[in-house]
Design a protein around this ligand. Structure first.
Ligand code: SF4
Ligand code: SF4
Length: 496
């Protein structure tokens, strides 16, 4: 076990107090923390990821099955399909607004309580599968980055191929206080994650696979190492390794990974692929990739952490689209409708004003339910704690002040656009000032002008749509490299 390796980290951030972190007790992880939720209905937004809205393919009154496609991208758009995680009847198709401000159509399905699978969901029999087949499966399964990023996974694979990246990084760096859905996935399904990593690495043309994980996640490291040992013999040509990180929040965002691992500062318009020759995938995303490849199961459910007061929580597997109100009773005493319900984890989540009509989406790794409290806000005392906590090395107190008085240009010069919405500054501020809300909104509004550039790799004259479509062209081409072919034997792995 290579625990003596170098520990990577960036400056600042919050070292979270995990003294009460029950997730590190194996009994909690293995016996209690994987309740499966069977909601009475689901609400499936047609825009759940970074990209364009998809178009409903079902109509009101239609009966749908688990794994059935209910939303398809329009030709030429940057999007992946949406599938149903329950069987039942479509009761409505109407516009909804998500807590992040996304406005889109949503398909409402009422469960028939039968849990009937679509005939397409059955284990795949073929044991040899090409890189282009893997990419087709991942695209059709509607898989997107499940750590919160939400970029269609197929687009990221294509970007890795275009830049000929040299290593695939598996992001096991979940670090927000109380959030541990990724660790539950690792402990229950490490084989699926490792197999998914190999499949995606093969598709991306990468042979070096590195797992990024906090050094104190000993149990998860052992689970991954055992899975690697079981898998490594079957895939000559792939190397597996760990990169250990210091446990702190925030962690795992690609720009922080670049800083910690390569000592490189990348701007919001640069990519890890281009700058560091690496591509980063969340471990739950890779689980979903392997589930799609081996079981023919599209992305219809996910593990998420439901956190209540004092960090008491539970991890559940819920179909995508489950209304938050149907998850609240999984944490004792948190069903009161007066509670504050957060769509997401405690520091980076957003308030859900209507939990009955706010669903879990593909990128939701947790929900948080807290009693409402009035927190008095005091003037800034210039303690500097927010600057010390900010992982992007900016001064949140100063930037907040500048934005509030309308000095946008000055705020920009101070680096307001670098904010990654981690919430650390608001968490640490003794005056109770919600610095994140002001700074993150500004940074997000600024990014709307640059996101396309960030993703569309103008330099090689390929638009965002091409990232999705490129593999089809390669498939047709005789020049597809033989080394892209990978063999995926169906052994190991278990479905939780
Ligand atoms: S300014 Fe942004 S990046 Fe810095 S601590 Fe606050 S939320 Fe995080
Ligand atoms: S943490 Fe709060 S009180 Fe301290 S400098 Fe920052 S804004 Fe001011």
């Amino acid at each position: 076990m290579p625990f003596t390796e170098r520990i990577h980290s960036f400056n600042n951030g919050i070292v979270t107090d995990d003294a009460l972190d029950f997730s590190k007790r194996s009994s909690f992880k293995k016996e209690i923390m994987l309740e499966r939720i069977y909601p009475t209905r689901v609400i499936l937004p047609m825009k759940q990821h970074y990209g364009d809205e998809v178009i409903p393919t079902v109509s009101i009154g239609e009966h749908v099955l688990i794994g059935q496609c209910v939303g398809m991208p329009a030709p030429g758009t940057f999007a992946v399909p949406v599938h149903s995680g329950i069987s039942g009847d479509v009761t409505d198709i109407k516009d909804i607004t998500l807590p992040n401000g996304v406005n889109c159509k949503a398909v409402f399905i009422k469960s028939d309580r039968k849990r009937t699978f679509h005939p397409s969901v059955s284990p795949r029999n073929d044991v040899n599968i090409s890189a282009s087949s893997v990419m087709g499966i991942i695209k059709d399964a509607g898989i997107v980055g499940m750590g919160g990023e939400g970029i269609p996974t197929i687009a990221k694979i294509n970007r890795a191929r275009m830049f000929h990246v040299e290593e695939l990084l598996v992001n096991c760096l979940q670090s927000e206080p109380y959030a541990d859905s990724d660790f539950v996935r690792i402990n229950n399904s490490a084989d699926y994650i490792v197999m998914g990593a190999v499949a995606v690495a093969g598709a991306a043309g990468v042979s070096r696979i590195n797992f990024l994980i906090s050094e104190d996640r000993k149990e998860e490291i052992l689970a991954l190492q055992a899975a690697m040992e079981r898998t490594a013999g079957r895939y000559s040509g792939y190397s597996f390794n760990f990169k250990f990180f210091r446990n702190r929040f925030p962690q795992g965002y690609y720009r922080l990974v670049a800083k910690a691992l390569y000592g490189v500062e990348i701007s919001e318009t640069e990519t890890l692929e281009e700058t560091c020759s690496a591509v980063l995938f969340n471990c739950s995303t890779l689980y979903a990739c392997w589930e799609a490849i081996s079981d023919n199961m599209p992305l219809v459910a996910r593990v998420l952490t439901v956190t209540g007061e004092n960090g008491i929580r539970n991890n559940v597997i819920a179909p995508i689209g489950t209304p938050l109100s149907e998850l609240m009773n999984t944490v004792n005493g948190m069903t009161d409708t007066q509670n504050l319900v957060i769509w997401g984890n405690c520091l980076t989540g957003l308030e859900a004003e209507d939990p009955d009509n706010t669903p879990v989406v593909k990128t939701t790794s947790g929900i948080t339910i807290l009693p409402r409290r009035d927190i008095a806000t005091m003037p800034c005392i210039h303690c500097g704690d927010c600057s010390n906590a900010c992982p992007m090395d900016i001064e949140p107190g100063l930037i907040h002040h500048l934005l509030k008085k309308g000095s946008v240009e000055e705020a920009d010069l101070e680096g307001a656009g670098k904010c990654i919405s981690c919430g650390a500054c608001s968490y640490i501020c003794p005056s109770g000032i919600d610095l994140t809300k002001t700074i993150a909104s500004y940074a997000a509004s600024r990014r709307t002008y640059t996101t396309r550039t960030h993703f569309s790799v103008d330099k090689i004259k390929l638009g965002a749509v091409s990232l999705l479509e490129a593999y089809e062209e390669e498939e047709k081409s005789d020049s597809a490299k033989k080394s892209d072919d990978i063999v995926l034997p169906f052994e190991g792995g278990k479905i939780v």
